[in-house]
Design a protein around this ligand. Sequence first.
Ligand code: ADP
Ligand code: MG
Length: 601
Amino acid sequence: MTDIIHLLPDSIANQIAAGEVIQRPASVVKELIENSLDAGATHVILSVKDAGRTFIQVIDDGKGMSATDLRMAFERHATSKIRNVDDLFSLTTMGFRGEALPSIAAISHIEVKSRRKEDELGSWLVISGSKVEKQEIVAAAAGTSITVKNIFFNVPARRKFLKSNETERRNIFTEFERIVLVNPDVEFTFIENGVETLHLPRTGLRQRIVQIEGKNTNQQLIEISEETTLGKIYGYITRPEFARKGKVNQFFFVNNRYIRHPYFHKAVTTAFEPLIAATEKPGYYIYFQVDPDTIDVNIHPTKTEVKFENEQALWQILMVTVKESLGKFNAIPTIDFDRDDAPEIPIYNPSHSASMPKVNIDPGYNPFHSHRAETPKPVTPVFGWEQLYKGFEKDSSSTLFKPAENDHNLPETELSPEHYQYKQKYILTSVKSGLMIIDQHRAHVRILFDKYLEQIKNKRGISQRVLFPEVLDLSVSEAAALPSILEDLEALGFELGDLGNCSFAIQAVPSEIENTAPAPLVRSMIGKSMETGSDVKSEVQESIALSLANMTAIPYGRTLTAEEMLLVVSQLFASPSPTYTPDGQVIISVVSDAEIEKKMQ
Ligand code: ADP
Ligand code: MG
């Protein structure tokens, strides 16, 4: 019998290795740009087509490769970056395994042109599925240009595994963002389907963050900086009032490499804890420079998890540093405080004598007996009241106190007309079997969610053009996510004009939110859709509707008139599911007569 064990051909071995290093177009982008940076590039041009599926090109002005090195670069474990085991522990480059180029070459059509400055001519190499098709001496610009076409052309299973273009595009931006945030002194150009979408000139760290996250980020940043024997910690955190509920930018980098670090994340959130609500998240861009000997970057193949030798001590230092910067910032008043919502404090005038505040009560007033026109009420349209009233007028003739004929799983259908608002948070009303408690904010979220979702699905939103379009400065990753939800935003009534470089003018808004600042709304909807990370249209639409509903619904702490309460209740019961918000929070609770009786015994 013959022996049965044999070595795999290189092409197959490379394909297997590729599985670990190259999962998607974004991995190719990452590996290629990191190589350019390792080669000392000062300008990197990234160009992609079809979210990287058919075309990814990285051109740099780095040190280039000789003809022999270029050929060698595609052999497995061929690297210029380490020579012995010790080198592994003192790495200052991004790459070191010598796996990226052979892995990419195993699963795509690749073409490289490279020339060292000192050489007159460069070389040109064409490889397809690990097979060298061509190598020639050619005239070439100094530096390296690598073109990767048709990724996974020979691995259908992998190709099928790729997500939608929007998702793959977003992944590319995410990798790009992580790289440019640690290389402010390098110029980057991003070209998408032949159009230059982003140009980042060389600059400092703060400005690079602003270039990539949008102009209005600048005023949000507080600097942190600390140097100890364990290393250096520096970067920026966002001012506490800019903490957000949705997606925020939270970046850690160590020795210029993006890392995830849940333990250090806790240090930052601990420092922010007393200053922000538990549901809000602070943004941060935090950079560690430590002796490469004291970290282990080898524990994860894509290298986003890093183990620190002095983790606990660094935790403390980080926490204190962030705390101190927050304190310093709070102690120094700045002139650009947003005072728009601050209460007016009247100037004290000693010549005027103080008088008791008066309250006028109309004891005969009953909102349920009088006609609306006779009892005009100030209506603030900010929270979608206008829309609420529209519904009211339509239904007022009959079903006001009766829920629609839906299966509400409610103990009760007849609602009594007495309403009482408790602590500006709950609407209390008696029903046949007891006392019904309705959460005012959640109820309105349900009402608005139903309405917005219907508008998105049927493209029924009514658009209102704005006189002075607000400019929305998005981060690169937000701008990348926008096209996937643009149609839904337009269905709601938003209209955005592209101003280039990730800025958009909000030219029209849904008519019912006319008086709400639209930029935070749009940003939140983009953020939510990114968090959902789903390719399923209906899920994304729901996340958009919910985020808009959450932001425009009646807040807690708002006094409601009897009429407004009535409207909320009647519209709530027109919903097919009035008992829970779309994200599963309780809207209605009933305390039964029996429970009340028992308490009173
Ligand atoms: P690694 O980066 O881990 O060394 P790669 O497969 O990514 O492995 O690259 C192999 C080698 O090819 C590198 O060590 C480097 O010498 C060379 N190389 C790759 N890309 C470039 C580039 N853009 N400019 C100059 N040299 C490069
Ligand atoms: Mg590399």
